[in-house]
Design a protein around this ligand. Structure first.
Ligand code: SF4
Length: 334
């Protein structure tokens, strides 16, 4: 299964249009969290703690479209919480797809198999199943035995029915490189479209801070996990993968992925919410970004999250034609 060419064309056109308008701060991807409730309590997830008092809240279809329109980004990543717990998730996704925006529905996979009938098979829709390792490692992080097998069974069913399926893996301290290569080899063989990777972010509300990687540790682990000789279908762009390997430097560009939740837009970013705001324009204010990013806020020191630095790598490529070429070829075309 291959990433649809129309996705890259649409994104390329959108970026050129924003540049032509002279915009410096604009969104690439809307992160939509229509609820924060989850059916797991994974080590490393801050949301279940951060939104404890509003776990019963749900965004309506109208609320969700409001956020998608306010942002205007051509890609919408739907997560949470576990989005498949939302009773109107099928309606929300269909409403976004009707506007020909690309939707990535992020799920732990537990409810995926029984939910597949709620979604159309479309080049605009991909499921993103979260897997942090093979069975023992993943079940350990998820805190429940059987999570891995349920997710894999659902993923296979989705692929068999013709859905696009990607996976997402978060790396923590103690991530086992050999185990991740085993996982990636299995997923590649199953025919997933791509493998997304990201370092875990040390949320202030997460109690187990020993899990998270310091920046240099991250680089050392990523260098081994992202072994170029393995030829895995990595989904992140090649410039960001180089950044994870410590071969490039970028400044934070978290405004590229504004995150809308049951309390409004997280400000400043997907990882930090010093405030929530109803006005997405607050996130595109250059003054805001004078206060955030590595070297500006201690909480940003070890951050290498794709929700910030993947967008940064694309923005930077506009001033480096060679990088644009690398982006166009992709990781496997190098
Ligand atoms: S560097 Fe800081 S502001 Fe930027 S995404 Fe990371 S935590 Fe958020």
């Amino acid at each position: 299964m291959r990433r649809p060419a129309k996705l890259d064309l649409k994104m390329g056109r959108y970026l050129m249009l924003q540049k032509a308008k002279g915009r410096t701060y604009f969104p690439f991807v809307t992160m939509l969290e229509p609820l924060e409730a989850c059916n797991l309590s994974c080590a490393g997830c801050g949301r279940v703690i951060e939104y404890k008092s509003v776990m019963d809240r749900r965004l309506s279809v109208e609320d969700s479209l409001f956020a998608v329109h306010a942002s205007g980004a051509p890609i919408v990543s739907v997560s949470g919480g576990e989005p498949l717990l939302h009773p109107q998730i099928g309606e929300i996704v269909r409403a976004i797809l009707a506007e020909k925006r690309f939707v990535y529905l992020c799920t732990n996979g537990l409810l995926l198999q029984e939910s597949l009938d709620h979604f159309p098979i479309s080049p605009y829709l991909s499921f993103v199943v979260h897997l942090d390792g093979t069975r023992p490692r993943h079940d350990d992080v998820a805190g429940r035995v059987g999570t891995f097998d349920t997710a894999i069974t659902a993923l296979q069913e989705a692929l068999a029915r013709g859905f696009r399926v990607n996976t997402n893996t978060t790396l923590f301290r103690g991530s086992n490189v050999g185990d991740l290569h085993k996982l990636f080899a299995r997923l590649t063989q199953m025919g997933v479209e791509g493998l997304m990777v990201s370092p875990g972010y040390a949320y202030e509300d997460v109690s187990d801070h020993d899990l998270f990687l310091q920046r240099q540790e991250s680089i050392e682990v990523f260098r081994r996990v992202l072994d170029r000789s393995k030829d895995f279908p990595l989904y992140n762009n090649p410039l960001y993968l180089d950044f994870l390997r410590g071969e490039r430097e970028y400044a934070c560009a978290a405004w590229t992925t504004p995150t809308y939740t049951v309390l409004g837009w997280r400000k400043p970013c997907y990882a930090l919410a010093d405030e929530h705001t109803d006005d997405i324009g607050d996130l595109f204010d250059p003054m805001l970004w004078e206060h955030y990013g590595p070297g500006k806020d201690r909480r940003c020191t070890n951050c290498m999250m794709h929700s910030s630095f993947e967008g940064a790598s694309i923005l930077k490529a506009f001033s480096r034609p060679r990088d644009l070429f690398t982006l166009a070829r992709g990781e496997r075309g190098r």
